[in-house]
Every structure is written in structure tokens, then in C-alpha cells.
Design a protein around this ligand. Structure first.
Ligand SMILES: Nc1ncnc2c1ncn2[C@@H]1O[C@H](COP(=O)(O)OP(=O)(O)OP(=O)(O)O)[C@@H](O)[C@H]1O
Ligand SMILES: [Mg+2]
Length: 482
């Protein structure tokens, strides 16, 4: 079936791609006999061909069978369930027919946006509903027809439990980042939510990581699921991983050196606690680089603003906690930095998967302290990957699109040839995107609630504990960032 109606294809993405997305069977979206309007949405989104996980999942999901699918980060899992879910919705029926569940509010916003983009020409009513927003607004929205509901477990259960969201005819239930949704904090909520759905329903689980905990859920709630595992190897081919062995107090200095040497298009920098996120964001802003930050203890309106603005390229760097580790898809991110090294292999994999989206090239740099060394070794073993020590210079071709390398070189040539003063300072070092005035960058980086007596407080705590060893836990807040 050929599409003849005029539609707007976005400009072709000419960046090189790895086999993680190119090793397909050669299917076309037209092969799936989708509604014409849905095909238009897919092509307008710039998708030419289904990715390997889409080839595996779409035809099976269209048949109504349960699916348990595992595929690498950034290889198109979202569309692998959104496309069949949209296709199977009866637009004449004003009932919620599909629930797409995700673990974070930002991911819910992003996923609902994907559904709206792909379903642009279908008249499917899509609603996003998450905690941190007004329940009243959701109640009013549910007064109008809703056919696809995207959201986080707590809020959706709240709405279903109060009888406001009627899930009695919801025949599709998708859990993205399923292993996270099946962690102890979420499982009881998910199970209660399922009890509001009809017995005859399709359950689909997607993630890049499926630890054993998923088995219980599968046995209890899924019927002969079609299992897909496209993870012979675990890490992305396009993402080069390095580590720098540093002392805690050298980390900020090390980051500064990285910023000055790397061609960062956009970067995400992960810390292990909300407190450290804020402190690091402040340090980075003081160094003169543009930076926003986000973590779970911020007001939702601020989180949304940061997420939105960072996506738009309003700032080059984003410091965050594991809130944004899973699912977040920002194609311009070419560098991920683990300022604090994560504790487990799943977190590591999802974090570094924020770069190298859809088979593109990316760089992951890990700052490793003496205490992290066993963790690094263990994670390397678990993922079957080797993280190399960082070389003195990193070949830009490993993580920068050829067109951007050319652009940067061109700018340098022009600057050398002209009499105009060559831009100096941190902003000029981070090439590729327009410079962000520090005042704009400060908008989100400055409202830091803690006082700035960081070093003092560290010394105070050290004094109290009589040593500089922090006790385990996620935080490590007390450690010094020089
Ligand atoms: N068939 C396709 N053709 C071109 N681009 C695609 C296609 N499918 C998905 N993409 C793009 O690939 C990117 C990654 O997709 P997506 O976020 O669904 O990955 P994912 O597998 O869910 O990753 P993660 O495990 O990190 O959540 C998105 O920007 C999306 O628009
Ligand atoms: Mg995803």
C-alpha cells in the first residue's frame, strides 16, 4: 500500500548509524497494513523503516498477543508499542482502551508526545496523567473522551480507584521500563491497577533490562507472552566508554578539563543524590558553563520546565539524578558523564544509553574514585564490556556527527582568517550549539536552596565523624567537590 497523500517528511538524518538499528529483516511500515492516517504520522515523524525491535513487536502486538520484549536503549521500543496500541484503538468508542505505564513523570510526558506525534492524523484522544499535577484538572479532562491514557502508576491508580478513570474496557496494558515498574516500590500499585482492567487484555512489557523479578509477574499476569530478546550483547555499539581515575576532590576540576577538551553538543551529567546535583550545577555555573539541573525533590513545574528547555537546546549541560536515567530521549545528547559512578549495572546501562540514540555515536565518561573501583569491575563483568582508561585526546569521530565536526572546523578557520576577536572562555569551548547567556543558564541553576557553605559543612561533618569516610548509601552527600 503506497501513501499518495502529501505529507511532510522532516529532513533526512544523515548521521552514521550502527547495526543496533540497521540490522533489520528489511520490513517496511507499509507491510503491517496500518491505517493510512497512522502511516502518515509515522512518516512525518521521520521514520523510514521499522527498527529491529519494531519489526519483532509490531506484527505480534497487532495480533493481540502478550509481549515481553527486551532491546537496547534508544532502538525504538516506544514506537514498537505505541504504533500497535494506536492502530488497535476503536476511535468510535469513547472509552479508555489502552494504558501506557511508565515510571517517571518526564517519561510520561515524552511518551504521550510520541503517541500524539505518531497518531497526529488519527482521531485518537490521548491523555497524560502523572503525579505532581492537579488532580482536579485530570478529573475535568476525563469528563471528555479519552481513549489512550499515558502516565505514572500512582496517579492512574488514584483515578481508577476513585472511579474517575474507567478501565473496564481497557484491553491494552503496556509497561515501559517494565523492570523498574516491577521493583518493590511499584509492584503493588501495578497489580492493583491491573485489577481494574478486564480479564481479556493484552499485556506488553518493554525494557532494555529484565532482571529475574519480572518472572513472577510474567507467570501471574501474562498469557503465553511472545518473548523478544535483541540483546546478545548489552551495551550500545555506538557508545564509547572511558573512565578517569580521580580523587573525590578532583572531580570538578576533571569535569572542567573535560568540558574544555570535548566537543559537547549536549551532555547529561549524573550525580548519586539530589544534594550533589544542586551543588554540582552551581559549581558548573560558576565555572561559566551553561547548565540546568533536575531531581525528584524539585517542584514538578520546575522539573517540566528544565526538561522542556533542555530538549529545546536552551542549555548545553544538564545535571541530574537517576530521575532521568530511563527512557529519556534527547537526540542532541552526545556525551554522558557519570560524575558519581552508579551502584548497579542496570542503572549504568540506562544512564550511558542517554547518548547514542537510535544507533548514533556517543561518549560515556565515568569519574572513578578509589571506592568505585570494585563497582566498575563488577559492572564491566555483568555487562560483558570493557571500559577503557581515558586517553589524552579523544577522537571526535567517536562521538560527534561528521557534519558538526566540519562545522566546528569551519568556524575555527573563519575565526583564524578574520580580524574579529576569537570568542574566549568556557562558553566558546563548548562548540556546536549557540552560546547560552549565563543569565539564562542561571535561571534554573541558581535557585539552589542549600547555602553555599559546602566545604564548611563537609569539614563540620568530618569533624563530627572523626574521618572522611562516608557511610554507604546512595548519597555520599558529604564528600567534597573541590
Ligand atoms: N523506525 C525509526 N526510524 C527512525 N527513528 C526512529 C525509529 N524508531 C524510533 N526512532 C527514534 O529513535 C529514538 C529512540 O527511540 P526510543 O526512545 O523509543 O528508544 P527506546 O528503545 O525506548 O530507548 P530506552 O531504552 O532508552 O528507553 C527516538 O528519537 C525515536 O524518534
Ligand atoms: Mg524507551
Amino acid at each position: 500500500m503506497a501513501i499518495t497523500a502529501p505529507f511532510q517528511r522532516p529532513p533526512k538524518d544523515l548521521r552514521p548509524q550502527t547495526e543496533d538499528v540497521t540490522a533489520t529483516k528489511g520490513n517496511d511500515f507499509e507491510d503491517y497494513f496500518l491505517k493510512r492516517e497512522l502511516l502518515m504520522g509515522i512518516f512525518e515523524a521521520g521514520f523510514e523503516r521499522p527498527s529491529p525491535i519494531q519489526e519483532e513487536s509490531i506484527p505480534i502486538a497487532l495480533s493481540g498477543r502478550d509481549i515481553l520484549a527486551r532491546a537496547k536503549n534508544g532502538t525504538g521500543k516506544t514506537a514498537a508499542y505505541v504504533i500497535p496500541a494506536l492502530e488497535r484503538i476503536n476511535t468510535k468508542k469513547d472509552k479508555i482502551q489502552a494504558v501506557l505505564l511508565v515510571p517517571t513523570r518526564e517519561l510520561a510526558l515524552q511518551t504521550s508526545q510520541v503517541a500524539k506525534t505518531l497518531g497526529k492524523h488519527l482521531s485518537v484522544e490521548i491523555m497524560v496523567s502523572t503525579g505532581g499535577t492537579s488532580l482536579r484538572d485530570d478529573i475535568m479532562r476525563l469528563d471528555q473522551p479519552v481513549q489512550m491514557l499515558v502516565g505514572t502508576p500512582g496517579r492512574i491508580l488514584d483515578l481508577a480507584g476513585k472511579g474517575i478513570a474507567d478501565l473496564s474496557q481497557c484491553t491494552a496494558f503496556v509497561m515501559d521500563e517494565a523492570d523498574k515498574l516491577l521493583s518493590p516500590e511499584f509492584t503493588p500499585v501495578v497489580e492493583q491497577l491491573l485489577s481494574h482492567l478486564p480479564k481479556e487484555r493484552q499485556v506488553m512489557l518493554f525494557s532494555a533490562t529484565f532482571p529475574l523479578i519480572v518472572k513472577d509477574f510474567k507467570d501471574k499476569h501474562m498469557v503465553k507472552p511472545y518473548e523478544v530478546n535483541l540483546m546478545d550483547e548489552l551495551t550500545l555499539r555506538g557508545v564509547t566508554q572511558y573512565y578517569a581515575f580521580v580523587e573525590e576532590r578532583q572531580k570538578v576540576h576533571c569535569l572542567n578539563t573535560l568540558f574544555s577538551k570535548l566537543q559537547v553538543n549536549q551532555s547529561i551529567i549524573f550525580c548519586n543524590s539530589t544534594n550533589r546535583v544542586e551543588l554540582l550545577a552551581k559549581k558548573i555555573t560558576e565555572l561559566g558553563y551553561s547548565c540546568f539541573y533536575s531531581h525528584a525533590k524539585m517542584l514538578q513545574a520546575h522539573r517540566n520546565r528544565v526538561f522542556h528547555d533542555f530538549r529545546q537546546g536552551a542549555t548545553r549541560n544538564l545535571v541530574c539524578s537517576d530521575l532521568l536515567t530511563r527512557g529519556i530521549d534527547i537526540q542532541a545528547v552526545n556525551v554522558v558523564i557519570n560524575f558519581d559512578f552508579p551502584k548497579n549495572a542496570e542503572t549504568y546501562l540506562h544512564r550511558i544509553g542517554r547518548s547514542g540514540r537510535f544507533g548514533h555515536m556517543g561518549l560515556a565518561i565515568n569519574l572513578i574514585t578509589y571506592e568505585d573501583r570494585f563497582n566498575l569491575y563488577r559492572i564491566e563483568q555483568e555487562l560483558g564490556t570493557e571500559v577503557q582508561p581515558i586517553p589524552a585526546t579523544i577522537d571526535k569521530r567517536l562521538y560527534v556527527a561528521p557534519s558538526l565536526i566540519e562545522e566546528a572546523e569551519q568556524r575555527e578557520r573563519e575565526a583564524a582568517a578574520s580580524d574579529a576577536p576569537v570568542p574566549k572562555g568556557p562558553q566558546a569551548m563548548q562548540q556546536g550549539l549557540p552560546s547560552i547567556p549565563p543569565t539564562q543558564a542561571a535561571m534554573h541553576a541558581v535557585p539552589i536552596t542549600q547555602n553555599d557553605n559546602f566545604t564548611k559543612s563537609v569539614q563540620h561533618r568530618r569533624g563530627r565523624r572523626g574521618g572522611n569516610r562516608e557511610k554507604g548509601g546512595q548519597g555520599g552527600e558529604g564528600r567534597q567537590m573541590a
